[in-house]
Structure formats: C-alpha cells, structure tokens
Design a protein around this ligand. Structure first.
Ligand code: PLP
Length: 419
C-alpha cells in the first residue's frame, strides 16, 4: 500500500507509517493513497465498533511496519461508544463520547497510539507542537497524555479561548505542557512555525488535522455507521456533515470510495460559504474566515480541499458528488431551540447546521443521518439560554475541567517554549 502527495501524482511513494510521522508531504501537499483500497470482502460488524474500524483501516497498512500493531492500536484508541440518536430514519450519529467530547478524539487518539508504537520501535522521541484556538488542542493534549516517547506543547492565545475550552487545555501534567501566550492565535501559529524552522531544534512534529493518522479513523467510523444503518433500515444513508476544514467529510468520501453503503454525502457549512459558492459558480475562491456560533467550522480556506479535488478534479465531477449548503447564525439558534422543543434533543451549534440542512433539503423518507460533531455541553453559553435549562456535562469533560490549571504564561518568543 503506497501513498503519494496531492501535488505530485508521479512523485515519491510513502508508507502509511511514514506519512503519519511526516504529517505533510515534502512538497507541501497532503498524503493520499495511490489507489483507493476496497473494504475487506469479509468485513463484519459482529466485533463491535473498534473491530469494524480496524477492518476498514487495515487495507491502508498492508505491508506497513505498523501492520502487526494495528489491531491493538485500534482497540486502545477507539474505546468509547458511537451511539445513534434514532428518530425513524432521521437519525443523528453522535461522535462525541471520547475524552474531550468532540469527533476529533477519534483521529487524535489513533494518531497518538500509532506514533507511540512507531517511536518506541525506532528508539526515537518527538515533541508535538500545537497552536490552538479551540477544540483541536484539547483533543491532542488528551490523546497524547501519557503516551511514551512523546511530549506535547499546546499554545493558546491568552483571553481568546472560551473558558471551558481553556480548562481543557490547562489541566494536564506529565508529558503535556500548556502555554498561555500573551498574543493572538496568529502569534501562536507563528511561534510554532518559527520553532520548526530553527535548525537548533530537532525532534519536533505536529498533529494537524491534515495528518493521515487523523483522517483514517474518520473514514472508518463512516464504514461502521453506514453498514450499521443499512442493517437497521435496509437502506443506504445520506450523511449530512457539519464541515470546516472538511477532514471529517473527506473521511466519508474515502469510505464511500472503498465500497461502504453510503448514498450521498452533504457538507453543512456555517456562514463561511467557500464550498457552496464553488458549487454555484465553478470558481474556487478560498478567503478569510468569518466568525460564527459554530466556531470550529470558521474556515474560509478548507485545508482538506486538496484531497477532495484529488478525487473530483473538475467542477462537473465535484458537483455530481458533493452537495453543500450554508447556515446562518440565526438559523443555528432556531435549530437548537426547535430540536429541543420538538424532539427533546439537545444539539451543539455545529450539529445544528446539519439539522438545518436536513430539514430544508431532505424529505422525511430520505434516510438521513446528521453527524453530531461535539457534545452540546461544550457550548453551554450558546445552547443553555436557547433551551432554558442547563446541559449536563459528560464525566470525562468534567474531570479535566476541574483539575488545577498548570498553564505557563509566556510572551511571543518561541524560545520560551524550550527554556
Ligand atoms: C473540527 C470540528 C468541525 C469541523 O470538522 P472539519 O473536519 O474541520 O470539517 C465541526 N464541528 C466540531 C465540533 C469540530 O470540532
């Protein structure tokens, strides 16, 4: 099994393990399989979630140095449930039962466990640098906490992340350190970039959402969910996916390309309209992001688009495979309120975008699954006033939020990270 860069189809080939340790291809492109593998002919749901995900990921590791570890990695990384909120074929798939209550736990944990095995075998160690303004940092910190041969430095801008998000970044000890930077998110990103460029520093790596190790689990849960859906309803589902950098939805497209029973994939975006505009005009115009209530989707230049363009290179093929609709902040508020009133179901602002797209564009008999990307308790300040009650916090989130804060306050000079 070989991987190539999205930017050089005839270029050098890499194994899955190499791609995971590198993150980005040497030419700046993203890793994609040279040829998309098919699902194993004997794929089965009978072993439960982690086993199904393992079967879906295994073809990507054929002949790889991590092949023999893969089953154990999946068993350890995917040790939480993926339930459906069932509503007669208008279901919601809840990806937020991991330690930090968002779908990013799947990818971050798989990446951390895979890197740990590889580094131990090679007798090497790495320091992961993450600049975060929200969800990513928490998922990465949690996933890498306690992993051997790895340490993590999380940077976030002082006074610019939500209180609950800050608590998820600062309660760690051991191999995870957090730094509250007296600056902006852009300053944090620049510090990370500068550190990578510094020839005196070595053994640094990243855990970006474009890493192949984060994408593969996001493919695998769509394989599991689509087979499960088909077993329950006898139909192939339409997945409606709240999207920003389109990593989650790229996973769904890979699952479909491998043969998973998926009828259609629909991207629900917030007021950042880059993809719906491209579908309408045929001109792809990445732009600055704008702030919305679904802030983990505030992306104007989606980083995984290179992978979607590798699958659907021209406007015609893109349009016949990808649908996307934009949802405003007012519509997000309305959906959170109505979904609670009509179905007794509390959803986060991101999931609300998916729900709005379902209600506007898909009839009741359409067999749709809205993907719930985060637990609503993470967005209490938005959700609670709309539904007039408090949202119970999942226990894992509660625990990390009640640990003493250990963040170090620093300026914008990256040398302070290594002092
Ligand atoms: C990251 C995130 C998204 C967007 O996912 P992409 O893979 O970037 O499209 C949506 N919702 C939540 C809650 C997220 O954390």
């Amino acid at each position: 099994m070989e991987f190539i860069s999205t930017r050089s189809a005839d270029g050098k080939c890499f194994t899955a393990s190499e791609a995971i340790l590198k993150g980005l291809a040497p030419d700046g492109g993203l890793f994609i399989p040279r040829e998309m593998p098919s699902l194993p002919a004997d794929f089965s749901l009978s072993g439960g979630l982690w086993k199904a995900m393992y079967q879906a990921i295994a073809p990507f590791f054929e002949g790889d140095e991590s092949e023999g570890d893969l089953e154990e990695i999946c068993r350890s990384a995917f040790d939480f449930p993926l339930p459906f909120f069932r509503n007669g074929g208008r279901d919601t798939m809840e990806l937020f039962y991991g330690p930090t209550a968002a779908f990013k736990d799947f990818g971050a944990r798989f990446l951390a466990f895979t890197m740990e095995k590889l580094l131990k075998k090679r007798g090497e160690s790495l320091t992961i640098l993450v600049a975060t303004s929200g969800d990513t940092g928490g998922a990465v910190a949690s996933a890498f906490h306690g992993r051997e041969n790895l340490s993590v430095k999380v940077l976030f801008p002082k006074g610019r992340v939500a209180e609950r998000q800050r608590l998820q970044l600062t309660g760690w000890d051991g191999n995870v350190s957090s730094y509250e930077v007296d600056g902006t998110f852009d300053d944090c990103q620049k510090m990370v970039k500068d550190a990578f460029m510094d020839p005196e520093l070595s053994g640094l790596s990243s855990a970006n959402s474009i890493n192949l190790g984060r994408l593969l689990p996001q493919m695998a849960y769509y394989v599991y969910a689509s087979f499960l859906y088909k077993a329950i309803y006898g139909e192939e589902p339409v997945f409606i996916i709240p999207s920003g950098n389109v990593g989650n939805s790229t996973g769904a497209f890979w699952a479909k390309a491998m043969g998973a029973p998926i009828r259609k994939i629909v991207l629900a975006v917030n007021a950042n309209r880059t993809i719906p505009d491209y579908l309408e005009t045929g001109k792809y115009e990445p732009r600055q992001s704008i702030e919305t209530l679904a802030n983990a989707m505030d992306v104007g230049a989606p980083s995984n688009m290179e992978r979607l363009f590798a699958m659907f290179p021209d406007w015609e093929s893109f349009r016949s495979n990808v649908s996307s609709y934009s949802v405003s902040d007012d519509e997000i508020r309305e959906m959170i309120r109505r979904e609670w009133e009509e179905n007794g179901h509390i959803i986060c602002p991101h999931t609300a975008c998916g729900e709005k797209v379902r209600r506007d564009h898909y009839a009741d008999d359409c067999h749709t699954v809205v993907v719930a990307t985060a637990h609503p308790a993470k967005f209490d300040t938005i959700v609670e006033p709309l539904i007039g009650r408090s949202v119970p916090i999942p226990s894992t989130l509660y625990e990390i939020m009640h640990k003493p804060s250990k963040a170090r306050e620093i300026g914008t000079d990256y040398h302070q990270l290594f002092a």
